[in-house]
Design a binder for this molecule. Structure first.
Ligand SMILES: [Zn+2]
Ligand SMILES: [Zn+2]
Length: 305
């Protein structure tokens, strides 16, 4: 099949518009979608620098490449969560990507730099590994972005957004719905602005992009991932998308546009009435009265325990 815009071989086909695109025109199309997300949700002001959180997966690496090509000043952040082989190979893909393109990649090691063993902590606290991992990732991403004076960008794509939104709607998880905003402002010097420039880009598009632009990425999911409920939702959404292409885009875009102003996004995605105070140990914000969740994890492993 030929590209609908030029005579190159197509790499992707859109049934709803009966359009096919070659690798270069797919890139142009994705860049337009990223630009639209950035403008619509006022994600970046002129001259603002970006810290791209990379996991070695297709979405975050593609996002980094696209932002670089669009002319943004970027650095990458890779967090070594200490999850064995999985962490090792996702680091290799992230480093390989950065080295090939001569980009700066910051690496934070949860075990070596902060003394936290995520798997052991989850066992001791009888919490799911994913939830401890989430606490650690959120803290480190925010802290690194604040210290670097950069806006934090993550590679959440349209399918991720749609399944998170639908999952949270099914359980009416109001607080999570608030946090899912594509652009959370910084409301405090210790709180980085967080943006999701890929909310209009589908998983199929980012996989096709990486494949056709020579980006190598890690395919297996994290061995601790507990996406059971989410994958049922994802499956249902992909059936809906198959039957009626374009539904996911309408769902995600419609939700964010219509909910603006209703949700207390101006408060940085923090629930009204929740007051954040500086953690007495690290100075970053927490809703708890004592040390923050990250410092409490750290204390599990400090000497004398
Ligand atoms: Zn073309
Ligand atoms: Zn703390």
């Amino acid at each position: 099949m030929k590209c609908s815009r030029c005579h190159e071989e197509a790499v992707i086909y859109y049934p709803q518009s009966r359009q096919a695109l070659c690798a270069e025109h797919l890139k142009e199309y994705i860049e337009r979608k990223v630009k639209r997300a950035i403008e619509r949700f006022k994600m970046l002001k002129r001259g603002e620098k970006v810290l791209v959180a990379v996991s070695g997966g297709k979405d975050s690496l593609m996002l980094w490449e696209i932002l670089v090509d669009m002319g943004y000043d970027t650095e990458g952040l890779y967090i070594d969560l200490g999850l064995g082989e999985y962490s090792k190979s996702s680091e290799e893909y992230s480093r390989g990507f950065a080295e090939e393109r001569d980009l700066t990649l910051r690496i934070v090691r949860v075990k070596e730099d902060h003394g936290i063993d995520i798997v052991a902590a989850a066992k001791r606290l009888r919490r799911p590994t994913c939830s401890v991992c989430g606490t650690v990732k959120r803290y480190i991403m925010n802290r690194e972005a604040v210290e670097a004076g950069r806006v934090l960008a993550t590679g959440h794509n349209m399918d991720d957004e749609a399944s998170t939104l639908l999952g949270n709607l099914l359980t009416w998880n109001g607080e999570q719905l608030l946090r899912a905003s594509p652009s959370l402002p910084s409301t405090h010097p210790k709180l980085a602005r967080r943006i999701k420039p890929l909310i209009y880009v589908s998983e199929r598009e980012s996989a096709t992009y990486c494949f056709s632009h020579g980006i190598k990425y890690i395919i297996p999911e994290c061995p601790y991932s507990e996406g059971a409920r989410l994958s049922v939702v994802k499956e249902a959404l992909s059936k809906i998308e198959d039957r009626s292409p374009g539904s996911l885009l309408n769902f995600v875009d419609g939700f964010y546009r219509k909910s603006e102003g209703i949700l207390c996004r101006r408060n940085g995605g923090i629930k009204e009435g929740v007051e954040l105070k500086p953690c007495p140990l690290c100075g970053y914000l927490t809703s708890s009265s004592g040390p923050c969740a990250f410092c409490r994890l750290k204390s599990l492993f400090s000497s004398g325990e």
